[in-house]
Write a protein that binds this ligand. Sequence first.
Ligand code: NOJ
Ligand code: CA
Length: 517
Amino acid sequence: MTVLASPVTSPSAAWWKNAAVYQVYPRSFADTNGDGVGDLRGICNHLDYIRDLGADAIWVSPVFSSPMADAGYDISDYCDIAPLFGTLDDADRLIREAHERDLRILFDFVPNHTSDQHPWFVESRASRDNPRRDWYIWRDEPNDWRAALGAGSAWTWDEATRQYYLHLFLPQQPDLNWRNPEVVQAMHGVLRFWLERGVDGFRIDVAHCTGKDPNFADHPRCLAGEPLASFNDDPYSHEVLRGIRRVVDSYPGERVLVGEVNIRSTASVVQYYGAGDELHMSFNFPPLDAPWDPVVFRTCIREVDSLMQPANAWPTWVLSNHDNARHRTRYGGSMRRARAAAMLLLTLRGTPFIFQGEELGLEDAPIAPDRQVDPGGRDGCRAPLPWLRDAPHGWNGAPPWLPFAPDPAALSVQAQQADPESMLQWYRQLLRARRASEALRLGSWEELPSPAEVLAYRRREGRDERVVCINFADRPLTIELPGAWRIELATQPGRLGQDFDGVIHEEQGLLLAPAGS
Ligand code: NOJ
Ligand code: CA
């Protein structure tokens, strides 16, 4: 194994504050047995790639036993691996080999719902007096709650036992009843199972959904038609998270919880950090929805700063994931904008999450109707990674489960490794700059006066400082900065190392270090 950069963990802060996290979507990462679906061994084979990129941790989307109604977010055994992805031994090997490379590893924990094939649900639906009946949420009458993924009502009628069960997602994903202490015990057992195998923590799927209104009141009228999962905010979820946090904290090492709080309100997201006794970090999705618009970005970023800082809540930044159109696609397909966005992602105050393939500048794949897999219409961003220039781009054997995104040859890892100006090299440079600067990783964040179409901010930690300027306009703009600066990194080549003259080219991002440093 090659010896790579030194560990980032600084004695002054938790590893997860220093870290950049890389999201692996296993189906589309790398295939080793030729069935056209990525697998755990495929991840093992490319750990050096992730380490060389400059990430410090990986989050692996679900690989557990599943009938795959929702690509593995419908779990039928939390403590085993789906044969499609490999075996428990492969999972152990992945954890071990990640650690050998100083990469932390987070698994996906899906507490809100199981698969309808999970033995718990099979028992629960067997009869009304089954001891596991109350492990799920059964009612005589539905209310007007809506399921996500276009699944209509959140209630499905069970003819055999003549009641409705609740599912905030597909009917194949019944919701667990976390008010039942046996469910709490069983799910804590799942956490322990993986903590003992050595994972460094969990990404918690829809962390805001485990608690539900105990009165099952209808939606407020203004939200009728919206899926409940996009605004559910019952206080009981906080109790669930405190319980999960206690389990995780009882293990040695700094195990970490990052929650998917998919409520599009940063003020609500902050609540899920509790008093330092719930999530260590939460996703905050308004920036992921933001178009290429300085006003929208400025608002999102100011909100994070003003709401999270006082609550002592460490921010996260996400521009793409497996549930949303990729940001390059959302920004009109522009590589230039995607480069500037990467600078934002990797220089704002907080832990960045990189979705596999964004470091290659992938766009969404167009999916013909007969190739659609996901009932939620999210296939485009889940296209396989092109590893090699020549077709089939490292996916030997059966064709991959989804088609490639546009330009797989030019955007392949192989092609980009050889091109110093590629997106892949850009991410590497940014992550290297971040690793080298305590100000960028942990420092304060302060917005600087700028023209309206420029976002400018300073990061500071002790005597280390950096300034970042992003010009959202398609024409050059100038800025006056306090002090003298030199250009450390620029989205377009040229001017590197030069003193900064105040000019930011069209849609350019600049990372500036103090002149003379
Ligand atoms: C959020 C996950 O990211 C998504 O892929 C999934 O469909 C839902 N939660 C349900 O588990
Ligand atoms: Ca495979």
